[in-house]
Design a binder for this molecule. Structure first.
Ligand code: NAD
Ligand code: MG
Length: 390
């Protein structure tokens, strides 16, 4: 029996992971499930899967969780320290599917027990890639990519030498506003930005797909995970979302990974790795699909992509600044404080200000320093948002 834990169990990735586990429950011994405010979901899943422990990130939600779990034998806990404690509980495979930099500390703690960490939480790689990889190495742990593009690249590299790779191409659907006239983006609403043409995902990553902040984070994720140079990474707009990534080798071969837009493939690949097992995902009928389209992304429509290039060039803790600014700008857009295109204006301003004002960018990549610069960048984003409103 494989001992597993799922961080962010109540979210989109967490629920897809549970869907796979549920189909083969006798093979798994579930240690911990964590969630946020959706206590009913967290408790119901913890009871059904027979988890030892359920954790909510919010301390004020503990009484409700305790009540929902009463008599079930599932232990309840809450708060940041409880999340860290859950990450230290021995498990063979841990899903990291909290959204945002909040996933970083539990992810690091999980690696310290030498486990296999299935990483959906791309933000932690963007903020602290070197720290995660070094921690994994130090403790003999393994990091497996769960983002669809990175899982695709990872699969394309099986049996290959990374030194034979010339380029990595990740695809982007182009999001909800791919075909909108540019002048309409300013007034795009939250509901419009929250509707993805191909993928069914959490709200935050769906909006980040419309702005391509998600792709910007994924370019940095590619650099961090595979250790390639920024110039070797390309983004292609591919409206069908069937080719997830391509690996180009020095002999000119380009290996593409195709599949239905269903995260259960990437999750299942990481769950069963290094084996391949049956997965309940749709099979593609290419004759039926007929044609696939590709184009170069428009950097005026998607300024986040150019910002990611600048972040990689600057290096140091700039990834953490970029992610924090993006998270806050997104909070303000969701709250209705700012418009859709204001998000990229805010991140641009924060990158510039924190770079010139903070001596921290070149400090050591420790959890403390990443947390500190994350706070500075969030404050700077709040100031920039207030100026936008004013
Ligand atoms: P989601 O919003 O649906 O779920 C997020 C989960 O994290 C929930 O369980 C929530 O309770 C928990 N959470 C939120 N804030 C928290 C905090 N401060 N502390 C602790 N827990 C908190 O998000 P999602 O779409 O499932 O995405 C999860 C991660 O996977 C993100 O990093 C995202 O970028 C990545 N990802 C998602 C998809 C997808 O298809 N949804 C695809 C690729 C990568
Ligand atoms: Mg992705």
């Amino acid at each position: 029996m494989q001992k597993i834990s799922i961080f962010g169990a109540t979210g989109s990735i967490g629920q897809s992971t549970i869907d796979l586990i549920r189909r083969d429950l006798s093979s798994y011994d579930v240690v911990a499930l964590t969630g946020g405010r959706n206590i009913a979901r967290l408790a119901a899943d913890a009871i059904e899967l027979g988890a030892d422990l359920a954790v909510t990130a919010y301390e004020e939600a503990l009484p409700e969780l305790r009540q929902a779990l009463a008599g079930s034998g599932v232990e309840a806990s809450a708060g940041q320290a409880a999340l860290i404690e859950a990450a230290a509980r021995p498990a063979d495979w841990i899903m990291s599917a909290i959204v945002g930099v909040a996933g970083l500390a539990p992810g690091l703690k999980a690696l310290e027990q030498g486990t296999t960490l299935a990483l959906a939480n791309k933000e932690s790689l963007v903020c602290a890639g070197r720290l995660l990889l070094d921690t994994a190495k130090q403790y003999g742990a393994r990091l497996l990519p769960v983002d669809s593009e990175h899982s695709a690249v990872f699969q394309g590299l099986v049996g290959e030498d990374i030194s034979a790779v010339e380029r990595i191409v990740i695809t982007a659907s182009g999001g909800a506003f791919r075909d909108w006239p540019l002048e309409n983006l300013k007034t795009a609403t939250l509901a419009q930005a929250s509707a993805h043409p191909n993928w069914d995902m959490g709200q935050r990553i769906t909006i980040d797909s419309a702005s391509m902040f998600n792709k910007a984070l994924e370019v940095i994720e590619t650099r961090e995970y595979f250790g390639v140079e920024p110039e070797q990474i390309e983004v292609l707009v591919h409206p069908e979302s069937l080719v997830h990534a391509l690996v180009g080798f020095r002999d000119g071969a380009l290996m593409a990974h195709l599949g239905a837009p269903d995260m259960r493939h990437a999750i299942g690949y990481a769950l069963h790795w290094p084996e391949r097992r049956d997965l309940p995902v749709a099979r593609l009928d290419l004759a039926q699909i007929g044609q696939l389209n590709f184009s170069t992304p428009d950097l005026i429509r998607y300024p986040a992509l150019s910002q990611a290039s600048g972040v990689m060039q600057r290096g140091g803790l700039m990834g953490a600044v970029f992610n924090a600014a993006k998270e806050r700008a997104l909070d303000h857009f969701i709250a209705g404080d700012i418009g859709f295109t204001d998000m990229a204006e805010i991140t641009a301003r924060v990158l510039e200000r924190v770079e010139t004002q903070s001596g921290l960018i070149d400090s050591a990549m420790t959890l403390d320093n990443v947390t500190q610069i994350d706070h500075i960048a969030r404050k700077s984003a709040d100031v920039a948002a207030a100026q936008t409103i004013g």
